[in-house]
Design a protein around this ligand. Sequence first.
Ligand code: FES
Length: 100
Amino acid sequence: MFRSINNNQSELITIYFEGKALRVQKDLNVATALLEAGISNFRETTIKNENRGPYCMMGVCFDCLINIDGMDNQQSCMVKVSDGMKINRQITRNTSQDEQ
Ligand code: FES
């Protein structure tokens, strides 16, 4: 879906998305690294459980929230990848819908 227009490839590191190892350039932010790997579904909305992914890529829209190293609500477009980083989709179930 996305590919880098930067021809200057930097050193590769390993990150893990939902347990799957991905080799990515070390100078990327998390959102860019995942998009380049073909991953665009980063979280589900709380109310309707709709899929969301990065939109603005500059820290404004908060659609890129994701779980990084066990912490929810990380803005993936603002966090640089690091070797061994563990990333998971952010799923927050709306329990009030379950009661209806
Ligand atoms: S993509 Fe908008 S805040 Fe990260």
